[in-house]
Design a protein around this ligand. Sequence first.
Ligand code: PEP
Ligand code: MG
Length: 748
Amino acid sequence: MPDRSEDDSRKLLRRLRDSLAEPGHGQERLNRITSLIADSMHTEVCSIYLFRDEETLELCATEGLRPESVHKTRLRLGEGLVGRVARSAIPVNTANAPSEKGFRFMPETGEEIYSSFLGVPIQRVGEKLGVLVVQSRAARQYSDDEVYALEVVAMVLAEMTELGAFNGEGEGEALGALHKQPVMIRGGTGQEGSAEGQVWLHEPRVVITNPVSDDAEAELVRIRAAVGELRVSVDDLLAAQSLDKDQKQVLEAYRMFAHSRGWLRRMEEDIQAGLSAEAAVEKEQSATRARLSQVPDAYLRDRLHDLDDLSNRLLRILTGQGRDTGAELPENPVLVARNIGPAELLEYGRKLRGVVLSEGSVGSHAAIVARALAIPLVIHAEGITIEALNGDHILVDGDQGFVHLRPEESVATAFRDKIAMQTQAQQRYAGLRDKPALSQDGRLISLQMNAGLMADLPSLEGSGADGVGLFRTELQFLIRNKMPKRDELARLYARVMDAANGRRVAFRTLDIGSDKVLPYMKPQDEPNPAMGWRAIRVGLDKPGVLRMQAQALIRAAAGRPLSIMFPFIAEYAEYLDARAHVLRQVDREAALGHAIPAQLEIGAMLETPSLAFAPRAFFEAADFISIGGNDLKQFFFAADRENERVRRRYDTLNASFLDLIRHIVARCAETGTTLSFCGEDAGRPVEAVVLAAMGLQNLSMRPASIGPVKSLIRRSDLGALHRIIDAECAKGVETVRPAVMDFLAKQS
Ligand code: PEP
Ligand code: MG
């Protein structure tokens, strides 16, 4: 940048900063700022448009346009040139504004006399705040230096906005206070339940208190030192012994960026223009984020993400924030994060009232842990990490997938009523704890719970479960960063059996692959992991872990009865192979002098339609069969259980799916094989009662579902319901749901 404009730019930034220190309302400050900018940039017009809500921009201050239009002129995101800048986060620079595509004439502003237009986004690391515009009568294209200077000014405005410089009260004020208004964010359900509490940001936002520097030289020294420290830390990571090839590759890319001359040079230029080191990092980070949203190529997007991550690290080095804040968890903390790993979430444990993620997925490890801990979880809550501040009042509706941030009192009251009703219902269910799930027509259904973590064990007593119908052993593998040892697992399994106190626990051998990738196992690059090398397929191809798990289980049982089942068996031969591995371990353990289980049941999970049609010999050989409804349904309907677009598309009460269930029930009945169902549907009262009516005597579900399911079973005539289902299916309906709902409504 030429010296003249560099000087101008610094002078302007300082004047902006000084105007902050002067007394006055937010609106007065904004007015002052527009005239300062117009003056410094030698333009007739300077206007500031700020977001009123996500979709609407409002003219909040102007020098040059008609003052009556302030707080009157509004534009939708994408509308007109201002809306275009806001949407794309890219400047628009034109000598002839009316001839530009998308131009919208706003007569109330009197802008028709101004031909040239330059608009730049006001944004703060991905958060769109508004648009800063200058206009002149003369038809001229603004120079690159002028565009750059205006971007730097916009950056300072963004920081000032964040610091609350333009907040005001009452009509006509510039801005309602940022991060103070109520916001409702619609996401998706990760785990049902409701919670009220205070925001706890997993990674707190870095606050920049001084975006403008007085001493460019000192700031240059700071940024160079911080980049130096960053480079050393990335180099240190790379030098670690334990890295595999893929981790190395990722870090190499990090190193490339950390050592990039271009990145540092751009930040140095920003500092020369008058920004502080922190503001310079953020300016480049904002630019990266804007580019990120435009890049269609996934690989490039990942690389830009790396750069984003490095910017965050650099900011933390510069400000010392977010390293170890020493801050204490607030009362009733609700964790807010972009994403979180399972081990980190477990560390917080039951202290959390709720979790809200802007990313995440239903099958993610974090969701699995949240479910195990019965913490309400909302995923895909876009923008939550930007909107929320530590300590904000927050309501989490895990049932509907909503979040209310800083809610109005009326919303909070309605929400509390809902929680109170749920608590009452829970109390009613608690009264059923020791009662059997006995239907009106005298059928006894065994209700068991799904588990996978030590944190689940107290639920065994509390829920009144008859046992553990599914113990997902992979969770113990997922939450560590190295493979657990046999003796460690044996101790853990023994504690599970101790807690079960004689009740049956069905341990499922490791189900990894697909979405469940162990941090210490090389991820497989598979075109379709859900149908790829996963679960028992890995177990049979690399039987070391399967054998080790079998040994750990046998030792944990120490002579007690033991139940083991294999995930994802697709054909009889796989079951036989896996079973043979386990039986060999029994012989080996006996030879080593360990007690062998008093009774050993070896079962299979039926999660692929193929197994429902396996030879009779399979049904004879399996000691028990457990339907993994989540997977079975996804493969039956060819609808990915992880994909929000399709995962709810097909009804479990679809007659074709029930026909498959009927077939499985009949085949197990022929051979007298015990059958259970342990997918999520077993925990949904209506689905559960239908499954029970169709002949499933064992249902395994999350502990919190046992009460509601038991309550409905006890009120239902399962035989009559079965007849309704059969009659509906015979009629050729697509789903039996309407008839079932009608029946259930009448009986209660
Ligand atoms: C299932 O697929 O229904 C099941 C219980 O296993 P998971 O959800 O762990 O795949
Ligand atoms: Mg499964």
